[in-house]
Design a protein around this ligand. Structure first.
Ligand code: C2E
Ligand code: MG
Ligand code: MG
Ligand code: MG
Length: 285
């Protein structure tokens, strides 16, 4: 039997691969210096309580403006930082920075004690055995009430090692820190796990909110998630709310909080503080 010759990889493919590897190498090097060069900043996106129309919290979102590469999207540099392990140092920086900001806002009365500040946690962080004790120590050192701190983890992050993830989250929950499942509905986690994890908030992914006002199927899906969350005594946050029609629907479904460009994009600190003073009541019927 004559086997066909294996065709050589086309040159275009070689070039694309070469370019991708080169980009990764460049990112990796630039990223390892980003903290020292003070190129990282946290932006804060408001979360709004749907019943009162008031600011209920914020999500800290990392921004990187590299001196050599310009602004790089988190969608690109977070995975790069995860591959290189740099995410561990960056993650600690994010936590320290966010906690210091929370303390400052509390002291200056920018927010009150029912405000909660969330930051994102990579599965690489979650899989470090000392992750939870270190975070709790950081919260204590910052001198902020643990109940005002919320950790966002993704479903896939949890599913990597459910036992370890559960132990970490239990440690955080016992210290009073809130846990949110980010991008809920996009992962492959089983609903059965939900009842075994100390989760306090489900963040419904933007993918289900985008067409909420036009797609009956998305409407039923979001409704189901909200009902289920209520059943588990979990709060709900809808991500990526851009339109008043989406807000109205979420209100009628009993969603807890909303976050999205309709209210504000992620803001630098000064803009966030201005916004906190103004509120959102004008957007609510
Ligand atoms: P995420 O945690 O799901 O964050 C929400 C993303 O949606 C943010 O993108 C935010 O800017 C964007 N967004 C918010 N509202 C709207 C809206 O109404 N419309 C649209 N089109 N987008 C909206 P961003 O800041 O680019 O971050 C992307 C992802 O990068 C985050 O998704 C998170 O997974 C990751 N990330 C960001 N900061 C950190 C961090 O400090 N640590 C870790 N581990 N991951 C981070
Ligand atoms: Mg998030
Ligand atoms: Mg999200
Ligand atoms: Mg998302």
């Amino acid at each position: 039997l004559a086997l066909p010759d294996v065709p050589a990889a086309p040159r275009a493919y070689d070039a694309a691969l070469e370019q991708e590897l080169q980009r990764r190498q460049t990112l990796r090097e630039a990223l390892s210096q980003a903290r020292d060069r003070q190129e990282l900043t946290l932006f804060y996106q408001p979360k709004v309580d749907i019943a009162s129309g008031r600011l209920s919290g914020a999500e800290a979102l990392l921004r990187w403006h590299s001196e050599t590469l310009g602004p790089v999207s988190p969608a690109e540099f977070i995975p790069a930082a995860e591959r290189s392990g740099e995410i561990l140092a960056i993650g600690e920086w994010v936590q320290a920075q966010a906690l210091a900001q929370l303390r400052d806002w509390l002291q200056r009365g920018v927010v009150n004690e029912d405000f909660s500040l969330a930051f994102n946690t990579s599965s690489v962080q979650l899989m470090q055995p000392d992750y939870a004790p270190r975070l709790v120590a950081q919260v204590e050192a910052a001198g902020v009430p643990p109940g005002m701190v919320e950790v966002e983890v993704t479903e896939s992050g949890l599913m990597e090692d459910v036992e370890l993830a559960r132990a970490q989250l239990q440690y955080l929950a016992e210290a009073g820190i809130a846990i949110a499942i980010d991008d809920f509905g996009t992962g492959y986690s089983s609903l059965a796990y939900l009842k075994t994890l100390p989760v306090s908030v489900l963040k419904i992914d933007r993918a289900f909110i985008r067409e909420l006002h036009t797609q009956a199927q998305d409407r039923r899906l979001v409704e189901t998630v909200i009902d289920m969350a209520r059943h588990f005594r979990c709060g709900t946050v809808a991500e990526g709310v851009e339109l008043p029609e989406q807000l109205t629907l979420l209100q009628s479904m009993g969603c807890g909080q909303v976050q999205g460009f309709l209210f504000a994009p992620p803001l630098k600190v000064s803009a966030f503080e201005q916004m906190a003073g103004l509120g959102f009541s004008h957007l609510f019927a």
